[in-house]
Design a protein. Structure first.
Length: 183
């Protein structure tokens, strides 16, 4: 039922398609989203976007993104707020797992090689590592998906499988903090 989950990740799709060549040194910058209630260190100046995301039942929700797209990697944080009645009583870890599995399959045509429950700022999360391909190149993805009440956070690093990708992705992911409770 991955395709029917309201947690089907949408942020990975499209970002992975932009990865093509090598990149030089990164210039890390702190980024804060007051509306999203989070902070993170990004490897460049983040671009903010809003996308409409269809969910089961015909509704569309606003997905808020902050991303940095490099020639060989993309780093992004997104969040969206589901209507409270959509989620009901759910197994948070199961839904997060379904979401990230679907996202990896749809974005880098890959598979998860490591996945585990974790927390960020006492919010239940699921972190993962995945391998796949983008434009016939070996690609890796690392991320953390978190669910705080009805807010889904997706923190993702996608890039060509190279020696410098994993340390950069780790630096990005470990800097993510949820600042305030979702209201």
């Amino acid at each position: 039922m991955l395709n029917k989950s309201p947690f089907m990740a949408v942020a990975l799709v499209g970002i992975a398609a932009s990865l093509v060549a090598c990149d030089s040194t990164l210039k890390w910058q702190d980024y804060a989203s007051e509306a999203g209630g989070y902070t993170i260190s990004m490897p460049g100046e983040a671009e903010e976007k809003t996308r409409k995301v269809p969910i089961p039942g015909g509704q569309e929700l606003d997905l808020k993104l902050a991303d940095v797209e490099l020639s060989d990697a993309a780093y992004l944080v997104s969040y969206l707020d589901y209507p409270g009645n959509l989620l009901g009583k759910v197994d948070t870890q199961n839904l997060l797992s379904q979401s990230l599995q679907g996202a990896v399959k749809n974005s880098i045509q890959g598979e998860i090689v490591k996945e585990e429950a974790t927390t960020v700022s006492d919010v239940p999360c699921r972190k993962f590592q995945a391998k796949g391909t983008v434009k016939s190149k070996d690609a890796s993805a690392q991320g953390i998906f978190c669910l705080q009440k009805s807010r889904l956070y997706q923190v993702l690093a996608i890039g060509e499988t190279k020696d410098d990708f994993a340390p950069n992705a780790d630096q990005f992911l470990t800097s993510f903090q949820i600042d305030k409770p979702e209201t």
